[in-house]
Design a protein around this ligand. Structure first.
Ligand code: FES
Length: 113
């Protein structure tokens, strides 16, 4: 398991981008964590169409309406509950889900990416 963040911090922000503490400097991928319907959802921070991080251009990855995750480069929009792209160049594809676990008020990535 690899530490991602404190659960309390995720609760405050509702969406957070975290880098897993794998101890490997070659690991550059990050994880999008959010709470939706009282559950933690986690996705690899890569848009499926160009494999670019959603926050590549700016840190804001929530759409203006507040309902979708949004690529800051090309504005694809993804449902928070399942990562499905509803608008943009990768419409019909999905963000890649990753397994996380909450333990002792901390959130961990279950397996290395
Ligand atoms: S990289 Fe796919 S919409 Fe931006």
């Amino acid at each position: 398991m690899f530490f991602l963040c404190n659960y309390g911090d995720l609760l405050k922000r509702s969406v957070q981008i975290c880098s897993p503490a794998t101890g490997n400097k070659e690991d550059k991928d990050s994880i999008i964590l959010l709470i939706k319907d009282h559950e933690i959802r986690a996705y690899l921070n890569k848009c499926p169409h160009a494999w670019v991080s959603l926050n590549a251009c700016e840190q804001q990855i929530i759409s203006g309406c507040g309902q979708y995750l949004q690529c800051s480069s090309h504005f694809a929009q993804f449902r928070m509950q399942d990562g499905y792209c509803v608008h943009g160049p990768c419409q019909g594809q999905s963000l890649f889900p990753v397994e996380v676990i909450k333990k002792d008020d901390k959130v961990f990535l279950l397996q290395a990416l």
